[in-house]
Design a protein around this ligand. Structure first.
Ligand code: GLV
Length: 322
């Protein structure tokens, strides 16, 4: 393995390009705090090759299509927790520094997961349908307490999900790359290789892993066939799951339902059978939202480290992909 070239420090860039839907508010937020910086912005699809030839820093979620090599940029700061938009499919020049946001998306994604798990147990969709039809239709709602959750990914997001589910009385099992992660919300943590023996015991399977070459397709049809009636929640990335196998997994009863925030193709194509499947709850990639303040303060935190001559602790490990 060749070591990545060292990034020259200290680094005190002045020309910043924002490729984000939040660019106007984010540029104003940054200029207010650092008037010495020159900031330009647009939606990432509208960033020009000229902007990238001018810039030293790019802030955004994905590479701008106008120049995926990113012109003169030397530092990329991701506004999203997942950096697959920069590293996949074909990597990012190893001379560029890539950092991810210090902002914690865990608590918000935990609430997204809890809302869906409660919706399944409380049969909210069925009750709402009966209400619209004016039907008094008692149903057996169920407790979350005492059920078993499998949380795949024990980083910031997985831990926040585990903490929330543990507080609701779930027994939570964790799965991480190495199986060595420790956190009081997990009853036990296992390596990814144990998944085939774990999924059959879970009532809820929550995917909180990034899209990396190691995680792509992890939840294959074969793994889904080992589930025994779990509800699958995906708040990570669509590519981690063999999405095309979901209808069969639901029909076979391997899965009781699914709550999906991320998809292999986004927006989810109109002809996907998932849209009309009553066992599936769809949300449009909103479980962990980047805020202006979160993105701005995370960027300034990393910038301060670089100006002081240190690599930010949020520097992405290129081998792991997060
Ligand atoms: C959203 O998907 C993110 O990576 O923050």
């Amino acid at each position: 393995m060749t070591a990545a070239p060292a990034f020259p420090l200290p680094f005190a860039p002045r020309r910043i390009v924002l490729g984000s839907n939040l660019h106007a508010a984010l540029a104003a937020w940054i200029r207010d705090r650092r008037p010495d910086l020159e900031v330009r912005g647009a939606k990432y699809t509208d960033i020009s090759a000229g902007d990238l030839a001018w810039a030293e820093v790019y802030l955004g979620f994905k590479r701008p299509p106008a120049d995926p090599t990113l012109g003169s940029v030397r530092w990329v700061h991701s506004t999203g927790a997942g950096v697959d938009g920069f590293l996949l499919p074909d990597g990012l020049d190893p001379r560029l520094l890539l950092t991810r946001p210090p902002e914690s998306f865990g608590p918000m994604i935990a609430e997204w997961a809890v809302a869906r798990i409660l919706a399944f147990q409380q049969q909210l969709t069925e009750l709402a349908a009966a209400q619209r039809e004016g039907r008094w239709a008692p149903r057996d709602i169920a407790r979350v307490a005492g059920t078993r959750a499998l949380v795949v990914g024990t980083g910031d997001i997985g831990r926040a999900v585990a903490t929330a589910l543990h507080a609701l009385g779930c027994v939570v099992t964790g799965v991480s790359r190495t199986g060595t992660s420790v956190h009081p919300a997990f009853a036990t943590v296992h390596p990814v290789s144990a998944l085939p023996t774990l999924v059959g015991d879970a009532d809820w399977i929550v995917l909180a892993v990034p899209d990396t070459p190691a995680s792509r397709g992890l939840f294959s049809r074969d793994l889904l066939s080992r589930c025994r009636g779990a509800v699958l929640l995906n708040a990570g990335r669509g590519m981690v799951l063999e999405e095309a196998a979901l209808p069969a997994a639901l029909d076979a009863g391997w899965l009781r339902g699914a709550a999906l925030d991320v998809f292999a193709t986004e927006p989810l194509p109109g002809d996907s059978p998932l849209w009309s499947d009553p066992r599936v709850m769809i949300s449009p990639h909103i479980s962990g939202i980047t805020t202006v303040e979160g993105a701005g303060s995370g960027f300034l935190e990393c910038l301060a480290e670089l100006e002081a001559g240190r690599l930010p602790r949020w520097t992405v490990d290129r081998e792991r992909g997060y």
